[in-house]
Design a protein around this ligand. Structure first.
Ligand SMILES: [Fe+2]
Length: 317
């Protein structure tokens, strides 16, 4: 499958693209089996009983481990990251072909079967997110349990702080609207990209035990101001999807794993496509041409897209 000029134009303008049927359904099924068999036998969450699906996790199901987390409404399995099944699911010929069309032929860095999984080294700093420094496979299998009668919460996005070129959310089970498949703030990539100090990285304050007040990622004032404007002036798009669909997204796009107000568990496998030259160009400042590190085909695309196409991408404004 090759992306059409309209699909590329939409991605360029909005920073995301929903693709139908780009994951092997048999592998999706095997991935779900792997997820469920990771649970201990005495777990209250039971695959064959949807009445147990609603979160949050309760004792004794809670597990606060970066390789396998069951906390609140999040169920995240990272220990599978470099298993052949998950690499074959996401780094598949169809998605790789599409990623190459966007990033350039022969530019992709391949994952490593049996390599180190994200989460291998715990959190990035005490109380912080999982350290993305190590990641030789997929990010992991990320689930969101149904919120049940949890009061409705406002949407609030974020951008990711580690370097990669093109994100993919692989949806391995039907996630209806409101199910938290993936939520994006369209066009935010173009507004946020220039506010970073570096194209792909973000500076971090190291954690010192003897001086615990400051730690973690530093955002520029320009970023904070623009981000707040985006949260106020842009309606996020709920990228609901079917089993086998995927959402591609630009590395500077504001996004979140949406709240789940359905009765099904949101089940997705996340992968970051990286170019081999990310190692050398990651420290470059934002470029005048924000598409410098993308394919010529994408860079030169000045096409438009129809209102009907935008609707097919869940964009209604
Ligand atoms: Fe994120």
């Amino acid at each position: 499958m090759k992306l059409t000029s309209e699909q590329i134009a939409f991605f360029k303008d909005n920073g995301y693209l929903v693709l139908e049927g780009v994951l092997d359904k048999e592998l999706c099924a095997q991935a779900r089996d792997r997820m469920w068999t990771s649970l201990p036998e005495n777990c209250q969450l039971k695959r064959d009983d949807p009445n147990t699906y609603t979160g949050p996790f309760k004792e004794p199901d809670i597990l606060d481990d970066s390789m396998h987390t069951r906390l609140g409404y999040r169920w995240q399995l990272r220990e599978v990251s470099t298993e052949p099944l998950f690499i074959n699911l996401m780094y598949n010929p169809e998605l790789c072909g599409i990623a190459e069309q966007l990033l350039g032929e022969g530019t992709l860095r391949a994952p490593t079967v049996g390599g180190q999984a994200m989460g291998s080294e715990g959190p990035a700093w005490p109380g912080g997110p999982v350290d993305p420094a190590i990641n030789e496979g997929v990010r992991g299998f990320y689930c969101t349990l149904p919120y049940g009668d949890k009061p409705q919460e406002p949407d609030y996005g974020h951008t990711d702080g580690h370097p990669f070129n093109l994100g993919v959310v692989g949806v391995v089970h039907d996630v209806p609207p409101g199910g938290g498949a993936f939520k994006v703030w369209p066009k935010s990539h173009r507004r946020l990209y220039p506010t970073f100090q570096m194209q792909y990285d973000q500076p971090r304050i190291p954690f010192y035990k003897r001086m615990p007040s400051y730690k973690g990622i530093i955002h520029s004032t320009a970023y904070i101001d623009e981000f707040e404007r985006i949260m106020k002036d842009t309606t996020p798009v709920d990228c609901w999807a079917k089993e086998g669909d995927a959402v591609l997204w630009h590395h500077r796009l504001a996004h979140m794993a949406g709240h789940n107000y359905t009765d099904v568990i949101r089940q997705a496998v996340l992968y970051d496509f990286c170019r081999t030259d990310l190692d050398t160009c990651r420290m470059d400042p934002p470029q005048e041409n924000m598409w410098r590190d993308w394919s010529d085909e994408l860079g030169k695309n000045n096409d438009t897209y129809s209102a009907e196409f935008a609707r097919s991408q869940r964009l209604t404004d």
